[in-house]
Design a protein around this ligand. Structure first.
Ligand SMILES: NC(=O)C1=CN([C@@H]2O[C@H](COP(=O)(O)OP(=O)(O)OC[C@H]3O[C@@H](n4cnc5c(N)ncnc54)[C@H](OP(=O)(O)O)[C@@H]3O)[C@@H](O)[C@H]2O)C=CC1
Ligand SMILES: CC(=O)N[C@@H](CCC(=O)OP(=O)(O)O)C(=O)O
Length: 312
């Protein structure tokens, strides 16, 4: 039996990691006394006892816990956004390429990806690497998330007040904290324009990447490449190529994948086969946070990566 300490166990991400691990046959969660959850020496004791500590903390608190882990030589999986492009950290997206699982397995420090970058990187990276999309292209990404993406504060606003909007776009200073991660791990030479938004639903996410191709490349080739790259990945599925006819337009919602660790990628093409949109659907709390964290824990601890990643 391996032991996992969740630092931040009572937060949105922490609770969902714990709920998943309750069903894990090979992992025991060791918990901090709630009255001591900010007690540094108690954290140190639990970190030393654990095989891996998962940080489900705000960014500044995650930095403090990593100082402890470095002092004690402990292994960390960090769900916060501070270490996703940091030196000495492995990016916890196992589907990034064929070498990534081994890097995660051997790492002391693994950074769990952000929810929006998970969709954006899975779409962009293989297409840029294959030369089908330019690394120096001008990209725009629009996305919508369930309000649980904003943690307990946004959940309270939506569930305990009546002043939460049905829909709101944010990040309009164009420096959202996910941009460095999207740029780095997609292999882009400049950051995209990113317009995230939040809607009046708890969980689920759609990430849209509008595409205008040049030269001979077609939307069908983009779909074929994504299907080839993710053919053996359990958690990433690629829908069939879809040329949109007026009478058969899809109606996309951010749902259907709630409580799972799945990502669904789609290539929707206009009849010209050179324009359209790439779409990623996932649960911001699943593959966008806690499902991904359990998948990474499984890899770090040498278990099958499918165990306990879903809540249903
Ligand atoms: N929600 C999501 O969809 C995703 C969140 N993340 C990341 O996960 C991390 C946690 O986010 P989320 O779960 O949403 O946030 P929440 O606000 O829901 O939870 C944060 C938790 O951390 C606790 N906490 C704060 N400071 C400390 C500390 N010094 N020591 C121990 N516990 C502390 C809080 O306790 P208290 O309430 O008492 O302050 C709270 O329980 C963040 O870094 C976020 O960026 C990543 C991907 C997706
Ligand atoms: C709706 C909402 O507010 N979403 C969060 C991102 C959630 C996520 O991916 O978490 P990290 O904070 O770990 O990157 C935001 O845009 O800041």
């Amino acid at each position: 039996m391996k032991k996992v300490f969740i630092d931040g166990e009572t937060g949105t991400t922490g609770l969902q990691v714990r709920e998943r691990l309750i069903n894990h046959p090979n992992i025991e969660v060791i918990s901090i006394d709630p009255s001591k959850k900010r007690d540094v020496e108690e954290k140190r004791r639990l970190m030393k006892e654990a095989d891996v500590t998962v940080l489900c903390l705000p960014d500044d608190a995650a930095v403090d816990s990593v100082i402890l882990a470095k002092e004690e030589g402990c292994r960390i999986l960090d769900a916060s956004s501070v270490h996703r492009v940091a030196e000495g950290w492995v990016y916890g997206l196992p589907e990034l390429d064929v070498t990534q699982r081994d890097k995660i397995k051997d790492a002391q420090f693994v950074s769990n990806p952000g929810c929006y970058p998970t969709g954006a990187v899975l779409l962009l990276k293989p297409l840029i690497e294959a030369g089908l999309l330019p690394a120096a292209g001008d990209y725009s990404i629009n996305a919508i998330s369930g309000y649980s993406g904003g943690g307990n504060a946004l959940i309270d606003r939506y569930e305990s007040t009546d002043n939460a909007p049905i829909f709101g776009a944010y990040g309009l200073t164009f420096n959202h904290k996910h941009l460095p991660e999207i740029k780095t791990w997609s292999g882009l030479s400049k950051a995209p324009i990113f317009v995230p938004s939040v809607g009046d639903f708890r969980q689920g996410m759609l990430t849209f990447l509008p595409i205008q191709l040049k030269g001979d490349v077609t939307m069908a080739q983009l779909q074929a490449k994504l299907a080839e790259v993710y053919a053996n990945d359990t958690f990433v599925t690629v829908n069939g190529f879809n040329v949109i006819a007026d009478d058969a337009a899809p109606f996309l919602t951010p749902h259907d994948l709630d409580n799972t660790n799945q990502v669904e990628l789609s290539v929707l093409s206009a009849p010209d086969n050179q324009s359209g949109v790439l779409v990623a659907k996932l649960d911001n709390l699943g593959k966008g946070a806690s499902g991904a964290a359990v998948q990474n824990l499984n890899i770090m601890l040498g278990f099958s990566e499918e165990i306990a990643v879903n809540l249903r």
